[in-house]
Design a protein around this ligand. Structure first.
Ligand code: 1GP
Length: 230
């Protein structure tokens, strides 16, 4: 079984974007702790399955972050299921989950499932728009969400999501300070080693996405935080 508590660095791959074999090999051999497949737009069973099979050639933990029920397929080590706490649409809190459990509840192996309490903070990112997230939050709001996740829902993971833009370290710290049990994920706009290092100092685990498709060398450099954050 994979102990996600030990994971410091995760590369997030978007199945709707293309990556050649050589670049995929560099990502899989980079020393990152895991690869997460996930995205918001054009996520299909087909593109997830193709990417999963290519990555299965490597011995790296592989996670599917579920965006919609239609594109869930077997074969992953773990399944991460987001619930967007600051969404104004109940669908993204538990509406999709309710439908999924009604249809597939009897098939789910819950030992492979990790629930993520998301707080989305970049108002311009796709996930904020789709989930109609209230991103106008203060430090106190973030602290309260962290308390909700850690002490009330008791979720294993809180995900501070700035997808597409580098976040405010103060907001991430506000969450970190409240968490005693829950593991803190930070994702958004990390494109240099320095940015990775700054967020890895505060969060337990950093997620690196977009830069993979923009500058592979810079993306690979972010893995070096594993040496300084053991
Ligand atoms: C997106 O948090 C991840 O869900 C990573 O963000 O793509 O901006 O690196 P970036």
């Amino acid at each position: 079984m994979h102990d996600i508590k030990t994971w410091k660095h995760i590369f997030k791959l978007d199945p709707a974007k293309s990556l050649n074999d050589d670049d995929l090999r560099r990502i899989c051999m980079s020393g990152t702790d895991a690869i997460m497949i996930g995205g918001t737009d054009n996520i299909t069973e087909n593109n997830i399955s193709q990417l999963m099979h290519r990555i299965n050639n490597y011995s790296i933990p592989l996670v599917l972050e579920i965006s919609n029920v239609e594109s869930v397929i077997p074969g992953f080590d773990l399944y991460f299921i987001p619930t967007v706490l600051n969404s104004s649409d109940v669908k993204y809190h538990n509406g999709m989950l309710l439908q999924a459990l009604k249809t597939y509840g009897h098939l789910i192996d819950f030992s492979e499932v990790v629930f993520e309490g998301y707080v989305v903070l970049n108002p311009d990112c796709k996930v904020a728009k789709v989930t109609r997230a209230n991103t106008n939050l203060t430090d106190e709001d973030i602290e309260a969400y962290a308390q909700m996740v850690n002490d009330m829902y008791r979720l294993p993971v809180m995900y501070v999501e700035y997808s597409g833009t580098y976040g405010e370290t103060g907001m991430v710290k506000a969450a970190a300070d409240m968490l005693t049990e829950t593991q803190l994920f930070y994702g958004g706009g990390i494109s240099t080693y320095e940015e990775a290092h700054a967020m890895a100092t505060i969060a337990d685990t950093i997620i690196v996405g977009n830069i993979i498709y923009e500058d592979m060398d810079k993306a690979l450099k972010t893995v070096e935080i594993k040496e300084t954050h053991k």
